[in-house]
Design a protein around this ligand. Structure first.
Ligand code: GLN
Length: 455
């Protein structure tokens, strides 16, 4: 098998099925095949170290991660011509081990959404049932891996956008600790919450990708100067004596019975492997959704100010500067993005700032403390990734609040900054269910270890 074979196989699969799935917004075929040829020459010359596991593997990249010379739209019409001048740090790091970027993956516009229905280009379909959503906002990344188009993909997770689509599509999705992976070159949605992470078929693959993309980056002031351990070494299969907390709020009202059933079966399996679990409580989790939508929208309203047609974005020229801004933004942004910008601008306006934004920041601290308190006594927390399996396309589109409520189980980890993974744990009516394993800050090792033992 050559790298060219591998890369061609990826493009063949995309040609065969992506009309139905809609995972890719853009392909990078010519450059990818040229690179593959060069890598094959390297291999023939014996220039490749055998431990380079990711060497030559085709990869898909979510379209809010910038790629030099490869248009990056964030799923938005506003950026339909944005051709970045540089690569994101994660892209550079993957290039160091010579992965091959086959294309850019569909997503909800500016990563705002849970179903991919907010992509301004096309709908991604769930590979398990084409009438259902793949989840979001990294729906393209999850669907591309689940349908065998690429062995792994990068996504971003601000409030569940890696884990929830991973759960809906039956793949593994990891949100690392806030600060573990550089966000340099990730188009910012909510800077205090955004993290990049891998979507893969297995936990081992997830560990390999995380190993490669993790680490301090001086170009991202929020990336942590902290040692990156050997994540592969953590995959021992041994979880004897491990203590698991199961937040009762995550198995309560609103969570589908089949989903609860599978999570309980998963806990029984972990018990068999020598771990023990107890019911615990995250008392402030009921405020997580309100807190998140205030903070995320506030940060988004500030971050998205740069898309004005002058600094960034497809300019819609009008008579004067203000009209140009207005025309560019009203024609370029979709409804959900506008909704968030309005909500965030309102929350940050003088007179309301203390009542909303400042209050939400205080509640965020309480939510984070809930996690820290539990981690004094437990190694990991476990629950479902999402309250239901993948819902029907169109089902929640007219009701943003029901759509937002879907993120209730993934959002608290972003507010707390802790790492969490979603691994497949069974099916309900032919649709995959995700098990969520949550760890201490910077303890992806234990998260991966438990996920790997369970898998
Ligand atoms: N669904 C959530 C939202 O719409 C989370 C999105 C994300 O993690 N990028 O904000």
């Amino acid at each position: 098998l050559t790298v060219t074979d591998l890369v061609k196989a990826s493009f063949d699969r995309i040609t065969d099925i992506d009309d139905k799935i809609g995972a890719f917004l853009r392909l990078n075929e010519e450059a990818a095949l040229t690179q593959a040829k060069q890598l094959d020459e390297k291999l023939a010359n014996g220039d490749v170290e055998t431990e380079q596991v990711l060497f030559g593997l085709p990869i898909g990249i979510k379209d809010n991660i910038v790629t030099k010379g490869l248009v990056t739209t964030c799923g938005s019409q506003l950026l339909n011509k944005f051709d970045p001048l540089y690569d994101a740090t994660v892209v550079e790091k993957l290039q160091e081990v010579e992965t091959v970027t086959v294309g850019k993956l569909n997503m909800d516009e500016f990563a705002m959404g849970s179903s991919n229905e907010n992509s301004s280009y096309k709908q991604v379909k769930n590979p398990w049932d084409l009438t259902r959503v793949p989840g979001g906002s990294s729906g393209g990344s999850a669907a591309a891996v689940a349908s065998g188009e690429v062995p792994f993909a990068l996504g971003s997770d601000t409030g569940g956008s890696i884990r929830q689509p991973a759960a809906y599509c039956g793949v593994v999705g990891l949100k690392p600790t806030y600060g573990r992976v550089s966000r340099y070159g990730l188009v910012a949605f909510a800077s205090s919450l955004d993290q990049i992470g891998p979507l893969t078929n297995t936990v081992e693959d997830s560990a390999y990708v995380l190993q490669q993309i993790a680490g301090y980056d001086k170009r991202d002031s929020t990336s942590a100067e902290i040692n990156v351990p050997d994540f592969l070494k953590a995959l021992t299969g041994d979880i004897k004596g491990l203590k698991i907390g199961v937040p009762k709020e995550y198995l309560g009202e609103g969570v589908n019975e089949q989903v609860k059933e599978k999570v309980k079966e998963a806990l029984a399996k972990l018990e068999e492997l020598g771990a023990s679990w107890e019911e615990v409580s995250l008392p402030h989790s009921k405020y997580a959704l309100a807190t998140y939508y205030l903070l995320a929208s506030s940060e988004a309203s500030a971050n998205l100010a740069r898309f004005d047609g002058i600094r960034y974005g497809d300019r819609k020229q009008a008579d004067d500067l203000l009209s140009t801004y207005k025309k560019t933004r009203s024609e370029g942004f979709g409804d959900e993005v506008k909704r968030r910008i309005m909500l965030g601008t309102f929350a940050l306006s003088s007179g309301y700032y203390d009542a909303y934004y400042k209050k939400a920041q205080k509640v965020r601290t309480l939510i984070k403390q809930d996690f820290e308190d539990l981690f004094l006594n437990y190694d990991v927390l476990i629950g479902p990734t999402a309250p239901t399996t993948a819902f029907k396309i169109g089902e929640k589109m007219d009701d943003p609040l029901t759509m937002y409520a879907n993120d209730i189980l993934t959002i608290p980890m972003n507010l707390a900054g802790v790492p969490a993974i979603s691994v497949p744990c069974g099916f309900s009516d032919g649709l995959p269910i995700g098990l969520q394993i949550i760890g201490k800050h910077f303890d992806e090792e234990t998260v991966l270890k438990v996920a790997h033992a369970f898998e």
